[in-house]
Design a protein around this ligand. Sequence first.
Ligand SMILES: Cc1cc2nc3c(=O)[nH]c(=O)nc-3n(C[C@H](O)[C@H](O)[C@H](O)COP(=O)(O)O)c2cc1C
Length: 188
Amino acid sequence: MNKALIGIIIFVIACLLLIALFTLFSNKEVDMKDKKVLIAYYSYSGNTRAAAEKIQSVTGGDLFEIIPVKEYSKDYNAVVQLAQIEKQKDIRPELKDNGNIENYDIIFIGTPVWWYTMASPVKTFLTKNNFAGKVIVPFCTHGGGGESSTYVDMQKLAPNAKVMDGYTTYENSANINDIKKWINSLNL
Ligand SMILES: Cc1cc2nc3c(=O)[nH]c(=O)nc-3n(C[C@H](O)[C@H](O)[C@H](O)COP(=O)(O)O)c2cc1C
Protein backbone atom coordinates (compact mmCIF):
# COMPACT_ATOMS: atom_id res chain seq x y z
CA MET A 1 0.00 0.00 0.00
CA ASN A 2 1.48 3.34 -0.88
CA LYS A 3 1.95 6.11 1.68
CA ALA A 4 -0.69 8.39 0.12
CA LEU A 5 -3.37 5.69 0.48
CA ILE A 6 -2.40 5.01 4.10
CA GLY A 7 -2.59 8.75 4.76
CA ILE A 8 -6.08 8.97 3.27
CA ILE A 9 -7.29 5.95 5.31
CA ILE A 10 -5.92 7.48 8.55
CA PHE A 11 -7.54 10.81 7.69
CA VAL A 12 -10.94 9.18 7.02
CA ILE A 13 -10.75 7.17 10.29
CA ALA A 14 -9.82 10.33 12.23
CA CYS A 15 -12.77 12.21 10.70
CA LEU A 16 -15.18 9.36 11.56
CA LEU A 17 -13.87 9.32 15.12
CA LEU A 18 -14.36 13.07 15.44
CA ILE A 19 -17.92 12.85 14.10
CA ALA A 20 -18.70 9.98 16.52
CA LEU A 21 -17.27 11.95 19.46
CA PHE A 22 -19.20 15.07 18.49
CA THR A 23 -22.49 13.14 18.14
CA LEU A 24 -21.88 11.46 21.49
CA PHE A 25 -21.17 14.77 23.16
CA SER A 26 -24.02 16.74 21.66
CA ASN A 27 -26.65 14.06 22.38
CA LYS A 28 -25.49 13.43 25.92
CA GLU A 29 -28.06 13.77 28.67
CA VAL A 30 -28.46 17.18 30.25
CA ASP A 31 -27.37 17.22 33.89
CA MET A 32 -28.81 20.16 35.83
CA LYS A 33 -29.35 18.38 39.14
CA ASP A 34 -27.24 20.90 41.04
CA LYS A 35 -29.06 23.91 39.54
CA LYS A 36 -32.38 25.49 40.43
CA VAL A 37 -34.16 25.76 37.11
CA LEU A 38 -37.43 27.49 36.23
CA ILE A 39 -39.11 27.27 32.84
CA ALA A 40 -41.50 30.20 32.49
CA TYR A 41 -43.52 30.54 29.31
CA TYR A 42 -46.48 32.20 27.70
CA SER A 43 -48.37 30.42 24.96
CA TYR A 44 -51.49 31.50 23.07
CA SER A 45 -52.08 28.47 20.86
CA GLY A 46 -49.94 25.74 22.45
CA ASN A 47 -46.67 25.69 20.46
CA THR A 48 -44.55 27.41 23.08
CA ARG A 49 -46.18 25.32 25.82
CA ALA A 50 -45.12 22.15 23.97
CA ALA A 51 -41.53 23.47 23.71
CA ALA A 52 -41.55 24.42 27.42
CA GLU A 53 -42.74 20.94 28.41
CA LYS A 54 -39.94 19.36 26.39
CA ILE A 55 -37.38 21.63 28.04
CA GLN A 56 -38.88 20.66 31.41
CA SER A 57 -38.53 16.95 30.63
CA VAL A 58 -34.85 17.47 29.71
CA THR A 59 -33.87 19.74 32.62
CA GLY A 60 -36.18 18.54 35.40
CA GLY A 61 -36.92 22.21 36.25
CA ASP A 62 -40.16 23.73 37.51
CA LEU A 63 -42.74 24.88 34.96
CA PHE A 64 -44.51 28.23 35.27
CA GLU A 65 -47.18 29.38 32.86
CA ILE A 66 -47.48 33.13 32.39
CA ILE A 67 -51.22 33.88 32.23
CA PRO A 68 -52.69 37.36 31.67
CA VAL A 69 -55.66 38.38 33.81
CA LYS A 70 -57.60 39.31 30.70
CA GLU A 71 -57.68 36.32 28.38
CA TYR A 72 -56.96 36.99 24.71
CA SER A 73 -59.82 36.45 22.29
CA LYS A 74 -60.19 33.03 20.65
CA ASP A 75 -60.39 34.91 17.34
CA TYR A 76 -56.84 34.75 15.92
CA ASN A 77 -57.20 37.88 13.78
CA ALA A 78 -58.49 39.89 16.74
CA VAL A 79 -55.41 38.83 18.73
CA VAL A 80 -53.11 39.77 15.86
CA GLN A 81 -54.67 43.25 15.79
CA LEU A 82 -54.66 43.72 19.56
CA ALA A 83 -51.05 42.53 19.84
CA GLN A 84 -50.02 45.12 17.28
CA ILE A 85 -51.61 47.89 19.36
CA GLU A 86 -49.99 46.46 22.52
CA LYS A 87 -46.62 46.57 20.81
CA GLN A 88 -47.08 50.13 19.51
CA LYS A 89 -48.14 51.37 22.94
CA ASP A 90 -45.69 49.13 24.83
CA ILE A 91 -48.55 47.71 26.90
CA ARG A 92 -47.67 45.16 29.59
CA PRO A 93 -50.87 43.34 30.55
CA GLU A 94 -51.50 42.43 34.17
CA LEU A 95 -50.77 38.79 35.02
CA LYS A 96 -52.75 36.39 37.23
CA ASP A 97 -49.48 35.64 38.99
CA ASN A 98 -46.21 37.50 38.42
CA GLY A 99 -44.24 34.43 39.52
CA ASN A 100 -41.25 34.47 41.83
CA ILE A 101 -37.81 33.80 40.39
CA GLU A 102 -35.88 34.55 43.58
CA ASN A 103 -35.01 30.94 44.37
CA TYR A 104 -33.87 30.03 40.86
CA ASP A 105 -30.40 30.30 39.27
CA ILE A 106 -31.42 29.68 35.69
CA ILE A 107 -34.67 30.87 34.19
CA PHE A 108 -35.75 29.61 30.80
CA ILE A 109 -38.22 32.08 29.30
CA GLY A 110 -40.39 31.04 26.37
CA THR A 111 -42.63 33.09 24.14
CA PRO A 112 -44.34 33.01 20.77
CA VAL A 113 -42.96 35.71 18.48
CA TRP A 114 -45.59 38.45 18.26
CA TRP A 115 -44.94 41.24 15.83
CA TYR A 116 -41.18 40.52 15.68
CA THR A 117 -40.69 40.43 19.44
CA MET A 118 -41.90 38.62 22.58
CA ALA A 119 -45.61 38.44 23.45
CA SER A 120 -46.64 41.26 25.77
CA PRO A 121 -47.42 39.05 28.83
CA VAL A 122 -43.75 38.02 28.75
CA LYS A 123 -42.77 41.69 28.90
CA THR A 124 -44.81 41.97 32.10
CA PHE A 125 -43.13 38.88 33.57
CA LEU A 126 -39.68 40.31 32.82
CA THR A 127 -40.44 43.69 34.38
CA LYS A 128 -42.24 42.34 37.47
CA ASN A 129 -39.29 40.19 38.56
CA ASN A 130 -35.76 41.17 39.49
CA PHE A 131 -33.38 39.41 37.11
CA ALA A 132 -30.17 41.02 38.36
CA GLY A 133 -27.45 38.36 38.44
CA LYS A 134 -29.74 35.68 36.97
CA VAL A 135 -29.19 33.62 33.86
CA ILE A 136 -31.99 33.83 31.31
CA VAL A 137 -32.18 31.09 28.71
CA PRO A 138 -34.67 32.25 26.10
CA PHE A 139 -36.67 30.21 23.62
CA CYS A 140 -39.39 31.05 21.16
CA THR A 141 -41.68 29.61 18.53
CA HIS A 142 -42.56 31.57 15.41
CA GLY A 143 -44.58 31.38 12.20
CA GLY A 144 -41.72 31.71 9.73
CA GLY A 145 -40.01 34.97 10.66
CA GLY A 146 -37.55 33.55 13.21
CA GLU A 147 -36.83 35.13 16.56
CA SER A 148 -36.57 38.68 15.05
CA SER A 149 -35.72 40.99 17.99
CA THR A 150 -37.21 38.75 20.70
CA TYR A 151 -33.97 37.91 22.54
CA VAL A 152 -32.42 41.37 22.13
CA ASP A 153 -35.60 42.88 23.61
CA MET A 154 -35.52 40.41 26.52
CA GLN A 155 -32.01 41.63 27.37
CA LYS A 156 -33.29 45.23 27.25
CA LEU A 157 -36.04 44.42 29.77
CA ALA A 158 -33.64 42.54 32.04
CA PRO A 159 -30.41 44.54 31.58
CA ASN A 160 -28.64 42.99 34.56
CA ALA A 161 -29.29 39.38 33.59
CA LYS A 162 -27.06 37.23 31.44
CA VAL A 163 -29.13 36.27 28.40
CA MET A 164 -27.85 33.12 26.71
CA ASP A 165 -28.27 32.00 23.09
CA GLY A 166 -31.88 31.08 22.47
CA TYR A 167 -33.66 28.08 21.00
CA THR A 168 -35.84 29.14 18.08
CA THR A 169 -38.33 26.80 16.44
CA TYR A 170 -40.99 27.04 13.79
CA GLU A 171 -44.54 26.60 15.14
CA ASN A 172 -44.79 23.20 16.88
CA SER A 173 -41.48 21.71 15.76
CA ALA A 174 -39.50 21.75 19.04
CA ASN A 175 -37.43 18.58 19.24
CA ILE A 176 -35.95 16.88 22.31
CA ASN A 177 -32.59 16.05 20.68
CA ASP A 178 -32.14 19.61 19.43
CA ILE A 179 -33.06 20.89 22.90
CA LYS A 180 -30.40 18.64 24.49
CA LYS A 181 -27.76 19.82 21.99
CA TRP A 182 -28.71 23.47 22.60
CA ILE A 183 -28.59 23.22 26.39
CA ASN A 184 -25.31 21.27 26.37
CA SER A 185 -23.75 23.88 24.09
CA LEU A 186 -24.51 26.63 26.64
CA ASN A 187 -22.34 25.09 29.40
CA LEU A 188 -24.74 26.34 32.05
C1 LIG B 1 -50.39 38.23 17.57
C2 LIG B 1 -49.48 37.36 16.76
C3 LIG B 1 -48.38 37.91 16.16
C4 LIG B 1 -47.46 37.09 15.47
N1 LIG B 1 -46.34 37.66 14.93
C5 LIG B 1 -45.41 36.85 14.35
C6 LIG B 1 -44.19 37.41 13.85
O1 LIG B 1 -43.91 38.60 13.96
N2 LIG B 1 -43.30 36.55 13.28
C7 LIG B 1 -43.56 35.21 13.15
O2 LIG B 1 -42.73 34.49 12.61
N3 LIG B 1 -44.72 34.66 13.64
C8 LIG B 1 -45.64 35.44 14.22
N4 LIG B 1 -46.77 34.88 14.75
C9 LIG B 1 -46.92 33.41 14.72
C10 LIG B 1 -46.56 32.80 16.09
O3 LIG B 1 -45.31 33.29 16.55
C11 LIG B 1 -46.44 31.26 16.04
O4 LIG B 1 -47.61 30.71 15.51
C12 LIG B 1 -46.13 30.68 17.40
O5 LIG B 1 -45.63 29.37 17.26
C13 LIG B 1 -47.35 30.64 18.29
O6 LIG B 1 -46.98 30.12 19.56
P1 LIG B 1 -48.06 29.66 20.64
O7 LIG B 1 -48.82 28.50 20.03
O8 LIG B 1 -47.26 29.24 21.81
O9 LIG B 1 -48.96 30.82 20.93
C14 LIG B 1 -47.71 35.69 15.39
C15 LIG B 1 -48.86 35.17 15.97
C16 LIG B 1 -49.73 35.98 16.66
C17 LIG B 1 -50.96 35.39 17.31
